[in-house]
Design a protein around this ligand. Structure first.
Ligand code: CMX
Length: 470
């Protein structure tokens, strides 16, 4: 398995602080010229001090202010609605959907830099936004693309491990295992063992996060090629191209529209505030000062559950069954009967419902808009559209589903199928590559803010009964 293009360590444009302070002019580094103002790490570092001070002052004035009540039902009910976490990168409004640092998905589609000739936002831009709170320039985004290209090579033990997994090991298990094994490279684990001062933890956590994000497309491509392309060697990374472009080339997809789709896909799946399973698991494990590789591995194991990220696979399994059992052209009555049959057999309708959202997921809407633009006559898309009108009234009729509307996973697979990616078991890996951007940026902030070990109090039913009586 060929290693990807790797520039030498020195070539990474991580300028020393002294250099940054004395120069904002162009800097030549390993074949490309960059500007100090394009350096993500410096932009992030500049935010740390002021935000630490803001949080400190806020806690000093309001540390004892109550922000909510906890009921017995919340404790048994998956902590729904319980305010218990602080996450800076994004906020999910039940009726509006996600805002990344205050920006909606349409805002991001409008404002974030695009690839030359492209229309969809580059995930690199969203990562910059999540980490710094600022919309980056094109030059800043290009600088992130180059940096990720330079950090992408996998250590040989991870390549060997991936190449030796049995074909019946689910792609998400392969993905999570490879991420855990990558922690041989952890700069944080090494720095911690060497006695790094806690005020500096964020630095190697940032470095690990950048390395990890850079390597994920190579891991994902190796899994894809091993399982579905007879072990084809991933194409070498082009340091002049963006992260999503390099990924699509590595898995052998040449259609520029698939690359555009991937840019959108890898942008919209990044972050969904802090309480979802993958984000919460990553944050929780990171709070034990497990390195970013181990923390993300935990998040990916959570993403692999059918009520979370695996729902994108489940949706395609469901659509394929519908097509097989009643046909792609099934009418509304047939679809209604089919959906009721699923519910009566005690199963969920995958891709519908949400623990927080109470409207159609804007991530669904933007994928629908992509489909209306690029594949309006696709039969599978039409089936998905028909289900959009059939399923919500049925879920409402059950009287118990709090959100009958479609979520992100109801739409993503159809777009992938259209461009030839038929392997539905693989879909959650794509979600995972994207989710890493959100949860890693939160992880870096967790360490910059010095957030402690997470350890909520749990109670037994007996103890809770006594508490309620008292
Ligand atoms: N189909 C059938 N029943 C559903 C349902 C669906 N799509 N969504 C919710 N329900 C049921 C729940 O299972 C629950 O039933 P019980 O009371 O019998 O246990 C009841 O409705 C109430 O659930 P809720 O409060 O509306 O939803 P939750 O917050 O408990 O669960 C979620 C949220 C996403 C797990 C749920 O809607 C679901 O299972 N959806 C299908 C799977 C899916 O699409 N997951 C992906 C979510 C997005 C993501 O994370 O990627």
């Amino acid at each position: 398995m060929a290693m990807c293009t790797q520039l030498s360590k020195k070539s990474l444009f991580l300028l020393s602080k002294a250099k940054l302070a004395s120069s904002t002019g162009p800097v030549a580094a390993a074949g490309f010229v960059r500007h100090a103002s394009d350096d993500l790490k410096s932009a992030f570092e500049a935010k740390i001090g002021p935000f630490q001070a803001e949080v400190k002052a806020f806690r000093q004035s309001h540390g004892n202010t109550k922000v909510g009540e906890i009921t017995v039902d919340m404790m048994y009910g998956g902590m729904r609605g319980m305010k218990g976490l602080v996450t800076e990168t994004s906020v999910l409004d039940p009726d509006e959907g996600i805002r990344f640092r205050g920006f909606t998905i349409p805002d991001c589609q409008d404002k974030l830099p695009k690839a030359p000739g492209g229309q969809e936002p580059l995930p690199e831009g969203l990562f910059w936004l999540l980490l710094t709170g600022e919309i980056p320039t094109e030059a800043q985004v290009q600088s992130v693309s180059k940096e990720w290209a330079a950090r992408a090579a996998l250590p040989s033990h991870v390549v060997n491990m991936l190449n030796n997994f049995p074909a019946n090991l689910h792609p998400m298990s392969q993905f999570a295992a490879a991420i855990a094994a990558l922690n041989s490279e952890s700069k944080f684990a090494k720095a911690y063992a060497d006695g790094l001062h806690k005020s500096k933890y964020w630095d190697p956590v940032y470095e690990d996060s950048m390395d990890l994000i850079a390597k994920l497309p190579v891991v994902a491509a190796t899994i894809y090629n091993n399982l579905y392309r007879d072990g084809a060697t991933p194409a070498p990374i082009d340091p002049e191209k963006d992260w999503a472009h390099n990924f699509t080339q590595m898995i052998g997809y040449q259609d520029p529209m698939f690359t555009e789709l991937m840019r959108l896909y890898l942008t919209i799946h990044t972050d969904h505030e802090g309480g979802n399973v993958s984000a919460h698991a990553t944050h929780l494990v990171g709070s034990a000062l497990s390195d970013p590789y181990l923390s993300l591995c935990a998040g990916m194991c959570g993403l692999a559950g059918p009520l979370h990220g695996l729902a994108n696979q489940e949706v395609l399994v469901f659509l394929s069954k519908v097509a097989k059992d009643i046909g792609l052209d099934a009418n509304d009555e047939q679809l209604k009967e089919y959906v009721w049959g699923l519910l009566k057999s005690g199963q969920v309708v995958p891709g519908y419902g949400h623990a927080v959202l109470r409207k159609t997921d804007p991530r669904y809407t933007c994928q629908r808009e992509f489909a209306l633009k690029h594949l309006p006559d696709d039969k599978l898309f039409k089936l998905v559209s028909n289900l959009y009108s059939v399923v919500p009234p049925i879920l409402m009729e059950t009287g118990k589903v709090k959100n009958p509307w479609p979520n992100v996973d109801a739409h993503s697979g159809v777009l992938l199928q259209y461009y030839g990616m038929k392997e539905m078991n693989y879909y959650t890996v794509l979600f995972g590559v994207s989710r890493a951007l959100g949860v890693c940026s939160s992880l870096v902030w967790d360490r910059a803010l010095g957030l402690p070990l997470e350890r909520p109090k749990s109670m037994s039913t007996e103890g809770l009964k006594k508490l309620v009586k008292a």
